[in-house]
Design a protein around this ligand. Structure first.
Ligand SMILES: *Cc1c(COP(=O)(O)O)cnc(C)c1O
Length: 349
C-alpha cells in the first residue's frame, strides 16, 4: 500500500470533512499532503500539486514562507496565547494600529474573532446592538443581495443566499430583505457594467426607502460575490449604497473576507469606490493563510454608543476564547510587512 493510500484509509476511518458528501470518497481519492512550499503542495508519495485554490483563498505569499515562518517562531518563544479580556499583548496592539492605518479613514476600532463567519456575526450583532443603545430598537433587520455568501454560522447563513448551503436550514434563519444582485454577468447585451450596476441600485433604494425604520444594516461582498460564482459588479454600486445608507440611517457592512488584501487590485475593494463602510470584515488572507483569525473594523461613532458605565449594560459582551491569538497576529504582521516591503499592490498592477 502506498503511503498516500494508508493515510487516506486512516483519515476516512475517523474524520468527517467540511463541505463534503463523505460517500464521494468511495470514488474520489483524498489527497493527503505531507508538506508545502511556495505554490506547491506535495503528497506522501512525492507527487506535487499547484495550490491554485490557495487553500480556500487564504494563501497569498506561498506555503512555508520564510518571513512568515520566522515571525511565528519568534512569537512562539515569547507568548503563544493569553486571553484578550482584561489582558493585552504586543502583536495585537501592533496589528490593530497597522489595520487602522491601512484601511479607509474613519475605521478606528478593531474587534477580533477566530474565523470569517464569526466576524460576520460580530458585525451583525454590533449593528443591531448599536440601534438598541441609540434608542432605535425597531431597527433589527438586515438587507442582503441575492447570490451572496457570508459564512456558515446561523446568522451569517441568514444573510447569505447560496441555496446549496442555506436551503436545508431555512427554518433556523433570520428573516432578511433580499435585494437582486447587481451581478454584471446578468446585464442586458450591450449595456455597460456601470449602467447595469446603477440600474440595479433602484431595487436597493426602494427597499431602504420603504423599510429603513426596521433595517439595522445592509451587508455586501464588495465588487465580487465569491462563493456565488465570482460574480462581479461596478464600484458605482458601492458609492450609491454608501450615500443611501447615510440618507436612510442604516449601517453598511463590507464583507471583505474574500476580496481584502489585494484580491481586486487594491488593498481593499472599498478603495475603488472611495468609501468607508461602517463595518469592514477581514479574514482569509489576513494571516497569509497560516492561522484562523478575523478582524472587524468599525468607527468611533459605533464604539461610543457602547462606551458607558458597566451598570448601564450597554457593553458588547461577545467573546471567542482565542480572540486576538498572538501567533495569528504575528502571522498577520508578517503578511502586512510583505505587502509593504515588496510593494505588492503596485507590483501587481
Ligand atoms: C470564506 C468567507 C466567509 C466565511 O469565512 P470562514 O472563515 O470560512 O468562516 C464569509 N464571507 C466571505 C465573503 C467568504 O469568502
Amino acid at each position: 500500500m502506498s503511503q498516500n493510500e494508508s493515510w487516506m484509509q486512516r483519515d476516512l476511518a475517523v474524520l468527517w470533512h467540511p463541505c463534503t458528501q463523505m460517500k464521494d470518497h468511495e470514488q474520489l481519492p483524498l489527497i493527503p499532503i505531507r508538506r508545502g512550499e511556495g505554490v506547491w503542495l506535495e503528497d506522501f508519495d512525492g507527487k506535487r500539486y499547484i495550490d491554485a485554490v490557495s487553500s480556500w483563498w487564504v494563501n497569498v505569499f506561498g506555503h512555508s514562507n520564510p518571513r512568515i515562518n520566522q515571525r511565528i517562531k519568534n512569537q512562539l518563544d515569547q507568548l503563544e496565547h493569553v486571553m484578550l479580556a482584561g489582558f493585552s499583548h504586543q502583536p495585537v496592539v501592533e496589528l490593530s494600529e497597522r489595520l487602522v492605518a491601512l484601511t479607509p479613514p474613519g475605521l478606528e476600532r478593531v474587534f477580533y474573532t477566530d474565523n470569517g463567519s464569526t466576524g460576520i456575526e460580530v458585525a451583525l450583532k454590533m449593528s443591531f446592538h448599536y440601534w438598541r443603545n441609540s434608542g432605535q430598537p425597531t431597527k433589527q433587520r438586515f438587507v442582503t443581495l441575492t447570490n451572496s455568501y457570508h459564512g456558515e454560522t446561523v446568522a451569517a447563513m441568514s444573510v447569505g443566499d447560496v441555496a446549496l448551503f442555506t436551503d436545508t436550514y431555512k427554518p433556523l434563519l433570520l428573516d432578511t430583505f433580499k435585494v437582486p444582485s447587481p451581478d454584471c454577468y446578468l446585464r442586458p447585451e450591450g449595456m455597460s457594467w456601470e449602467e447595469h450596476s446603477r440600474n440595479m441600485f433602484a431595487h436597493m433604494e426602494r427597499t431602504l426607502a420603504e423599510h429603513h425604520r426596521e433595517i439595522a444594516a445592509v451587508i455586501v461582498e464588495p465588487l465580487i460575490q465569491g462563493a456565488g460564482g465570482m460574480r462581479m459588479y461596478h464600484p458605482v454600486y458601492l458609492k450609491l449604497l454608501r450615500e443611501a445608507c447615510d440618507r436612510h440611517d442604516v449601517h453598511l457592512i463590507h464583507d471583505e473576507i474574500a476580496v481584502g488584501f489585494g484580491r481586486t487590485g487594491t488593498m481593499f475593494a472599498c478603495e475603488q469606490a472611495g468609501i468607508t463602510p461602517d463595518f469592514l470584515c477581514l479574514s482569509k488572507a489576513l494571516t497569509g493563510g497560516y492561522l484562523p483569525m478575523a478582524a472587524v473594523l468599525t468607527t468611533d461613532k459605533l464604539y461610543q454608543a457602547f462606551y458607558d458605565d458597566y451598570s448601564t449594560l450597554r457593553a458588547f459582551l461577545h467573546s471567542h476564547t482565542y480572540t486576538g491569538n498572538p501567533l495569528a497576529c504575528a502571522a498577520a504582521l508578517a503578511t502586512l510587512d510583505i505587502f509593504e516591503q515588496d510593494n505588492v499592490i503596485e507590483a501587481n498592477k
